[in-house]
Write a protein that binds this ligand. Structure first.
Ligand SMILES: *Cc1c(COP(=O)(O)O)cnc(C)c1O
Length: 357
């Protein structure tokens, strides 16, 4: 049975978007492919209002987390850890032989610009890593403010994991001074998994030119060269997914990104009010709650596992808490193409199953 996904990725994909994949195959060295790839790339630039380079890798975001560090960090980076995904990025850095220092806050808390600035004053770092929306805790970090602060440190690159945020919350690469920002498409883009959009500044490209051992598959310079020559990719891309993405970008542009961000903000606010009304509490620090995923404290000690079993029978799925937060919290993903109406239906079922007053 189809379960409507209210998990923080992969998210619900509309049937017509799924069906857009089912077209005859083309060769990735044919003109038809160049046209398709150019079309998708330009639509992403339009949606993000950016003139920076846009690369679309056939990989989930974890590949690009690794690739980003390989491309633009020679040696020393600063990680900001506030949950499982920011911690993963730090570990990836170490696994690639880079040296990382860490700013770490308790899960549920946000990373603030002054925490980063204190470390930047040492002058030790080539780059700062920020996870815009920490999907494990439901915290959105103040990226715009971090970017503003970092304008005083023009030699340090700002690298951003925007996986569960891009297309669900504002991101302004140039205005906010972001050098690399990426997101896989199975979250707020509402596409099947397999592609990762990566937006790269000229400054990051210049840095990459000086970095040795950038690797091959995720080499930004290799990707740039092939794109500039022929609007192609160095290796075989996921053509079917690109068909779906071309179609989905039209849908996103038709809705309008500002309206899309608003829809997410409204769904998040509705979920928070619903949680408080029924005697729950929000897990994230106040004022930093994510617009795409609500992490709610399971203050009543219900079984989240059993809830999901019952929801499954009714055609829905939500998420348990992540890792150590399992059963202590539950997460409702409201990102991508889901509507407030659909969210209300889900919440009604939860009320009924848990007999909430
Ligand atoms: C899902 C997620 C990832 C991992 O992305 P994959 O596409 O599964 O590799 C990384 N960071 C954040 C914030 C995420 O939400």
């Amino acid at each position: 049975m189809h379960k409507k996904l209210f998990i923080p990725g992969p998210t619900e994909v509309r049937r017509e978007v799924l069906e857009a994949q089912a077209k005859w195959m083309i060769g990735h060295r044919m003109n038809e492919f160049s046209e398709l790839f150019y079309s998708v790339t330009e639509k992403v630039k339009k949606a993000l209002g950016t003139k920076n380079h846009v690369f679309i890798f056939t990989s989930s975001a974890t590949g690009v987390m690794e690739g980003t560090l390989r491309n633009v960090v020679e040696k020393k980076f600063l990680s900001t850890i506030c949950g499982a995904f920011s911690e993963r990025w730090y570990k990836i850095g170490l696994a690639n032989g880079k040296e990382g220092d860490v700013i770490e806050v308790e899960w549920g808390k946000a990373i603030k610009p002054d925490m980063i600035e204190e470390k930047l004053k040492t002058g030790k770092y080539e780059a700062v890593l920020v996870t815009y929306n920490e999907t494990s805790t439901g915290v959105m970090n103040p990226l715009k403010e971090i970017g503003e602060m970092m304008k005083n440190y023009p030699d340090v690159l700002l690298l951003v994991d925007a996986v569960s945020a891009m297309m669900g919350a504002p991101i302004k690469p140039e205005e906010w001074g972001i050098d690399v920002v990426f997101a896989s498409v199975q979250k707020a883009f509402a596409l099947p998994p397999g592609l990762t959009v990566t937006v790269v500044s000229e400054k990051a490209i210049e840095k990459a030119k000086k970095v040795k051992n950038r690797g091959y598959y995720f080499d930004f310079l290799g990707m740039l060269k092939k794109y500039e020559e022929k609007h192609q990719t160095p290796a075989t891309p996921a053509v079917s997914l690109l068909y779906a993405m071309d179609y989905q970008m039209d849908r996103i542009l038709e809705e309008g990104v500002e309206a899309r961000y608003k829809r997410h903000a409204v769904m998040a606010e509705f979920t928070r009010k619903w949680a408080l009304k029924h005697g729950f509490e929000m897990f994230p620090e106040k004022g930093y709650e994510s617009p795409t995923v609500s992490t709610i404290k399971n203050t009543k000690g219900f079984s989240v596992k059993d809830l999901n079993k019952e929801l499954a029978k009714r055609g829905y799925a939500i998420s348990n808490g992540y890792g150590k937060l399992k059963e202590q919290t539950f997460r409702i993903g409201h990102m991508g193409d889901v509507t407030l109406f659909e969210l209300k239906e889900l919440l009604w079922h939860i009320e009924e199953i848990w007999n909430l007053k």
